[in-house]
Design a protein. Structure first.
Length: 97
């Protein structure tokens, strides 16, 4: 089956995936392949269990991603192609923190 982006005319510039406890492989492997096939330039994987954010950039040609940063507590996750920076601690902070 060919991958198609059906949400808009063009795929978004960035996808952010929050890894689920019950389907980690699907979220990390299958969705990563799909996002690469539809040519989403940047893909962030947010892992609540590890309290980490991995930033991936589409490899030239668009068939896969390369990791351009892995961020944990105390770090600022930064986009490789956009003016976007987020404190990892802010992502995982509880409402009363």
């Amino acid at each position: 089956m060919e991958a198609r982006w059906t949400g808009t005319v063009e795929p978004p510039d960035i996808a952010v995936e929050v890894i689920s406890k019950t389907n980690r492989t699907h979220d990390r492997v299958r969705k990563r392949r799909f996002y690469a096939r539809v040519r989403i330039p940047e893909y962030w994987i947010v892992d609540p269990e590890e309290k980490s954010i991995e930033v991936l950039a589409l490899i030239e040609g668009g068939l896969s991603y390369r990791s351009v940063g892995w961020y944990t507590s105390g770090d600022i996750a930064r986009s490789s192609g956009f003016e976007l920076a987020i404190a990892v601690d802010d992502v995982f902070a509880l409402p009363d923190d």
